[in-house]
Design a protein around this ligand. Sequence first.
Ligand code: SF4
Ligand code: SF4
Ligand code: SF4
Length: 322
Amino acid sequence: MERRSFLKVLGAGIAGAVLPLDAGAEDSPDVSSDCGMLVDTTECIGCRKCEFACAGANHLSDKPLEAYDDTKVFDVKRRMTADAYTVVNRYADAAHPDKPTFVKLNCMHCLRPACASACIVGALRKQDNGAVTYDAGKCLGCRYCMIACPFQVPAYEYDNALTPVVSKCSFCFARVTAENKPPACVEICPPDALIFGERTKLLQLAHNKITSDPERYIPHVYGETELGGTSWLYLAGRPFEELGFREFPAKPTPELTETIQHNVFKFGIPPVLLYGLLCAAMKTFDAGPDLPPLERGGNDAALVEPTHPKRRHGRRTPNSEE
Ligand code: SF4
Ligand code: SF4
Ligand code: SF4
């Protein structure tokens, strides 16, 4: 295997890192063979090719690659939307004005995903290979997952009046498991800023990089412990707070969301109260310092009722397990 290919996919073959389906978020996870992604922000050149590849692989857009050359998008910090499962933001560096840092954002694929714990019908679930996937066929449209996610990742198709779905990065679950390919964003990344492989090996690699080049990296792998750990891991040459990352404790939030969710059934908590409880619970994990607030249909206090008990979708939903 060429060095370049090896770097994109670390360690054993993809299939070897992928185990059968079916894992509940409430299980204590054995993450030893989980897939992971190491994002080295010191390597990222902000080319946005990952955005292009992701949009294509997920049938979100047919914009040509040249459309992603537009650097005006870096003038504001962006969040993921229903049409963009990943976005790259630029952070100026006062110490090195000619060398800003670019940060690719997407679902972190938490080891203990709060979104899955908050979902009362199991539409979001942690797969055995580490991916957190979404099944539109099960989704009630309550959007509790959007409130529960501490990274404010899930987006919603507010423009779709008939069959709106929650959307987020699936870690290219279908592509990785059925086609034995690496995620589309990894495959296209020119400087190998993204490395796909087993999370445990990626952690070793990340720490080796830090040890071997302490001038280049700060001694912190973001996602190693935050909120119990995430499958996506980040390296940086500057403090993560400067790059829009929030500080989180090592304790995962699902314990909180699971408790709330279980009490829904135990005490028959109505949706409006559940929404209030989730909002209160997640308040400390609100929007990142530089990112726009999460869009919640324009009104945080609005009652979020299930809007589409069972829907059919015209568009392919690769996040779905089906
Ligand atoms: S980042 Fe948010 S949407 Fe992604 S797995 Fe974690 S809780 Fe779920
Ligand atoms: S893993 Fe797949 S879905 Fe996620 S950001 Fe990369 S290309 Fe998009
Ligand atoms: S393709 Fe790679 S280098 Fe280009 S913006 Fe995405 S992560 Fe950065």
